[in-house]
Design a binder for this molecule. Structure first.
Ligand code: GLN
Length: 471
C-alpha cells in the first residue's frame, strides 16, 4: 500500500473492504504511519501511537468474526487537549511538562469502544487559544495545501492531518471557531456540535461554557458517523445532554435559509463573497427559499467573546501552578516564587495575555463594566438567533472573512488575529451547532469554506439538508 491514494472513499467503504478481505488494516495503519513520517515538516502531530499495529490486528480479527464496533478500522487523530490514559497530555504547552493523565476523555473512549484506532495526538494552539496554530510550544503547524500558509487554529494539527491524508478523521475542539476555521483553511469538513451534545469530560477546559468537541473529515458521511458515536449524555459531565434527535428526510423546497445581509457586506475577501453568492444561486436552483435576516448584535460578538472566554480561562488555568502538573521552575526562593516563576516560564505569550485580560475583567472595579455587560450581549446574541430560527431553518455565512493567511502575517497584531473569528464566535456564544464545508478555492488555490448554522440539536438536519442538494 505505498501509493498515495487510499482505495476507499469513506469509513463505511473501508470497513466493507476489510470485511471482504481486500484491505489489510495493519498495512493501512503502516501506510498512515509512513505518511506521517514523510510529512513531518507539517508538524501536525505532537505524538504518534506506538500501539496502533496491535490494535489493527485485533480489530481486523473482530471485523472478520462479525463482532466489530461501528467505527472498526477508522484511523483517528486526537487534538492534544483531550486526555488519553497513560499518554502524555501537553495542551501544546510547556506547563504540563511530562504530565500523564489517569483517565481517557469520554469522546475518545467512545471511539475506542467502537474499535477506532487512535493514531496519535495532534498539535494545536496552546490551550486551544489561537486562530493560526502559531501559539504552540511545539512550533507552528503548516497548511498542507501550501506550507507558507497557516492551517488555521486552534485545531490546526487535526485539520492538517485530515487534509494531508495522515489519518481518516480527527477530533478537534471549538470554543470560538477552532474546528470550523481550520476546516475552511484546509478545505475539509468540520462540525462544531451544539454546546453540551458531546461530553467535555477529559477535555482541558479553556472556556467551559463555550467549549465543544467535534470531528474533521473529508466527507459528510464520515463526519456524522463520528459525531453520532461521540455525542450523548455522560454522567461524568453534568452539562452534557442526550438531546440530539436524528432528523427525517429533507424536502429542499420547504427549506428557508437566512442570510444576514448586513454582515455579508463587511470586509470579506472578494473570492469568498463570490463563492458565497454562487452557493446561494445553487440553493435557489434547488428550490430553497432565501430570506434576508438581521442579527443586529452580531457585531458585538468578538468583543463579548474575548471578555467572557478570557474570564473563564483565567479561572480554569489557575490550576497550573507548578505544584499539581508536570512543569516546575527550577530555581525558586519560596512557595509564592515557585508559583510565579512556574507560570511565567510555563505559559506562552498568548495564554498569559488572556489570563491577564480575564483577571482584569473579573476584578471588582471592572466586573460590571466588562463581564456583566458581555453576559448581557451574550443573551442578546442568543435572542437574535432565536428570532431568526422562528423564520428560517438555517443561517448561511462564510466561515471566515479571508482564506488562510501567511505564517507570521498576523502574529504582531492580536486584534487582527481575533477578527478572523468574526463569523464563528456568535454560535459559541449561543451554544448553537455549525458546520463548515468546502466550496472552492481562491486565486492562490487556497480553500474557501462556508458555514451553515442551525437551531440547537439540529446537526442531523444540516447533514440531511446538504445531502439533499441535487444540483
Ligand atoms: N480563535 C479563537 C480564540 O483564539 C477560537 C479558539 C477556539 O475555538 N479554541 O479564542
Amino acid at each position: 500500500m505505498s501509493s498515495a491514494k487510499l482505495p476507499y472513499s469513506s469509513l463505511r467503504d473501508k470497513k466493507r473492504l476489510i470485511f471482504e478481505g481486500s484491505l489489510d488494516l495493519a498495512q493501512n495503519v503502516d501506510f498512515f504511519l509512513d505518511k506521517i513520517a514523510s510529512h513531518k515538516h507539517l508538524n501536525a502531530f505532537i505524538a504518534v501511537s506506538s500501539d496502533c499495529q496491535n490494535q489493527a490486528n485485533l480489530i481486523q480479527e473482530k471485523i472478520k468474526n462479525g463482532n466489530a464496533g461501528k467505527l472498526a478500522g477508522a484511523v483517528i487523530a486526537i487534538k492534544d487537549v483531550l486526555s488519553i490514559k497513560n499518554i502524555n497530555l501537553t495542551c501544546a504547552s510547556k506547563i504540563l511538562g511530562d504530565f500523564i493523565p489517569l483517565y481517557t476523555a469520554t469522546a475518545v473512549q467512545k471511539l475506542i469502544d467502537e474499535d477506532a484506532i487512535i493514531i496519535g495526538k495532534t498539535n494545536c494552539d496552546e490551550f486551544a487559544m489561537g486562530s493560526s496554530n502559531e501559539n504552540s510550544a511545539f512550533g507552528s503547524v503548516l497548511n498542507p495545501l501550501n506550507t507558507e500558509f497557516v492551517p488555521g487554529g486552534s485545531s490546526g494539527g487535526s485539520a492538517a492531518a485530515v487534509a494531508a491524508g495522515l489519518c481518516d478523521v480527527s477530533l478537534g475542539t471549538d470554543t470560538g471557531g477552532s474546528i470550523r476555521q481550520p476546516a475552511a483553511f484546509c478545505g475539509i469538513y468540520g462540525l462544531k456540535p451544539t454546546y453540551s451534545a458531546v461530553s467535555r469530560y477529559g477535555l482541558t477546559a479553556f472556556a467551559s461554557s463555550f467549549d465543544s468537541i467535534g470531528p474533521f473529515a473529508t466527507n459528510l458521511q464520515d463526519l456524522f458517523d463520528v459525531f453520532d458515536i461521540i455525542k450523548g449524555e455522560d454522567k461524568k459531565d453534568s452539562t452534557s445532554t442526550s438531546n440530539t434527535p436524528v432528523s427525517n428526510e429533507i424536502n429542499t423546497k420547504k427549506i428557508k435559509i437566512g442570510i444576514p445581509a448586513d454582515i455579508i457586506s463587511n470586509d470579506i475577501q472578494p473570492e469568498i463573497r463570490e463563492s458565497f453568492e454562487n452557493f446561494v444561486l445553487k440553493l435557489e436552483k434547488n428550490g430553497v427559499e432565501i430570506v434576508k435576516i438581521s442579527l443586529p448584535n452580531f457585531k458585538y460578538a468578538i468583543a463579548a467573546y474575548y471578555v467572557l472566554t478570557t474570564a473563564e480561562a483565567s479561572s480554569n488555568l489557575s490550576r497550573f501552578d507548578g505544584a499539581r502538573y508536570g512543569f516546575r521552575s527550577k530555581e525558586v526562593e519560596n512557595l509564592s516564587d515557585m508559583f510565579v516563576k512556574s507560570r511565567s516560564e510555563g505559559f506562552g505569550a498568548e495564554v498569559k495575555r488572556r489570563i491577564m485580560l480575564g483577571t482584569y475583567v473579573l476584578s471588582s472595579g471592572y466586573y460590571d463594566a466588562y463581564y456583566t455587560k458581555a453576559q448581557k450581549i451574550r443573551r442578546l446574541i442568543q435572542q437574535d438567533f432565536m428570532n431568526c430560527f422562528k423564520e428560517v431553518d438555517f443561517i448561511l455565512t462564510p466561515t471566515t472573512p479571508t482564506t488562510a493567511f501567511k505564517i507570521g502575517e498576523k502574529t504582531e497584531n492580536p486584534v487582527e488575529m481575533y477578527l478572523s473569528d468574526i463569523f464563528t464566535t456568535p454560535q459559541n456564544l449561543a451554544g448553537l451547532p455549525a458546520l463548515s464545508f468546502p466550496t472552492g478555492a481562491d486565486q492562490n488555490n487556497l480553500p474557501i469554506g462556508l458555514q451553515l448554522t442551525s437551531n440547537h440539536f439540529e446537526e442531523s438536519k444540516i447533514h440531511n439538508f446538504l445531502n439533499s442538494l441535487t444540483i
